[in-house]
Design a protein around this ligand. Structure first.
Ligand SMILES: Cc1cc2nc3c(=O)[nH]c(=O)nc-3n(C[C@H](O)[C@H](O)[C@H](O)COP(=O)(O)O)c2cc1C
Length: 363
């Protein structure tokens, strides 16, 4: 990907990103998101630049991926510019086909901040500058940064971001909370709109955005948005009326969204049917078993499957079984059982309460 890729993209349309999420985010999760929303850009969970350099196994374990995940970004963290540069050389190897590198200046965890990584770089501007500059020199890939509104509310943000832009950061994703606010506080997006007026690079907003519709109301002068937690069990959150096959003129583009049912778009939001939910659960479980070994798979799939059914009135009955599943066969059978038990309801949309407990004659 050439270095001005983001500027070019942002001049054509608004950009959608899946947020990096350690513990959730792996090849199977990414494939699932892309299968439903092919326009979503994927940012990986964070990896230590030091580990990438020192470990014999990490790069080969986390960088290879499926074609459907392209263009894929790898997020790295650390504090030493020279380690970032060495990690960038590894990530940029042709065999891994990584599209760009994102730097984590976001993480507020005490352990991370105390050791000078993550969001603490916001108060170590010179190191932040050196990191971006040495990355830009070490690789042909574009460098982007994920950061926060500020560390504790006192930094001169515009200066900081102009500083990163001068070091050749090509896109900035800003989470609207400060590092000190962790997951609390009331949203204030104004400083982010103000920032975009003062930098040339595209600015992406992150934090508590539930779906494309909500984001449309907030996008204003920004280049795009990034969704994290609301994508759990809901890859449909990235869709809007503009992805409705009936609204797409270009045949090639329309084909990419042919898996969607035009009738399921209601007031700009996509509400999948029970059948679509069960199909994507099957796909996600299979993708995970194909990319991980069975024991690891069974521990990881548990947290995902139950999320897809959160609006299904019978979820409680299946939750216990889904979160204790021990094998791929077992999960497949549970999904099959739901399919058969509720075969008369497969075309209904749980998110719109088209299936109620009364319908199903549940106590
Ligand atoms: C389980 C979990 C893991 C996360 N891991 C990362 C990470 O590795 N790198 C990062 O930059 N942000 C990480 N984040 C933060 C998210 O990318 C995102 O900024 C945050 O969840 C706020 O966005 P949201 O309100 O859309 O969820 C993580 C968040 C969660 C919930």
């Amino acid at each position: 990907m050439h270095k001005d890729f983001w500027k070019e993209q942002a001049s054509k349309w608004k950009l959608c990103f899946l947020a990096p999420m350690d513990w959730y985010w792996d090849s199977a999760y990414r494939q699932t998101m892309r299968r439903i929303a092919p326009h979503v850009f994927l940012v990986s969970e964070f990896y230590s630049s030091d580990w990438l350099v020192h470990s014999k196994f990490l790069a080969d374990a986390v960088l290879p991926h499926e074609i459907i995940e392209d263009p894929l970004v790898i997020q790295i963290f650390g504090k030493a510019p020279e380690m970032f540069a060495k990690a960038a050389e590894i990530i940029s190897k042709e065999k891994y086909n990584i599209a760009w590198i994102d730097v984590n200046m976001w993480c507020p965890a005490k352990k991370v901040v105390r050791s000078g990584h993550g969001s603490s770089l916001m108060i170590n501007e010179c190191t932040a500058f050196e990191i971006i500059k040495s990355l830009d020199e070490a690789t042909h890939l574009p460098i982007t940064v994920k950061t926060r509104l500020s560390f504790d509310g006192w930094q001169d943000l515009i200066k900081f971001w102009q500083w990163l832009q001068n070091a050749w950061a090509r896109l900035l994703t800003i989470h609207w909370r400060t590092a000190k606010q962790a997951y609390t506080w009331v949203a204030n997006h104004e400083p982010i709109y103000e920032l975009q007026k003062n930098v040339e690079v595209p600015v992406i907003m992150n934090g508590d955005i539930m779906n494309f519709k909500m984001w449309m109301e907030k996008v204003k002068n920004l280049a795009g948005f990034m969704i994290g937690r609301w994508s759990f069990g809901n890859p449909w959150c990235f869709l809007s009326d503009m992805h409705n096959p009936n609204n797409i003129d270009n045949p090639e583009e329309r084909e990419k969204y042919s898996h969607l049912n035009p009738n399921n778009f209601v007031d700009w939001i996509y509400y999948p049917t029970l059948k679509e939910m069960l199909d994507i659960m099957d796909f996600h479980a299979k993708a995970l078993v194909d990319t991980k070994w069975e024991k690891k798979w069974s521990l990881e799939i548990r947290k995902h499957l139950v999320q897809y059914l959160k609006h299904f009135p019978w979820v409680k009955v299946y939750r216990k079984r889904l979160v204790t599943t021990e094998s791929y066969e077992n999960s497949k059978n549970i999904i099959l059982e739901i399919r058969e038990t509720f075969k008369d309801f497969l075309e209904r949309r749980p998110g719109l309460w088209e299936i109620t407990k009364e319908d199903l004659s549940i106590e």
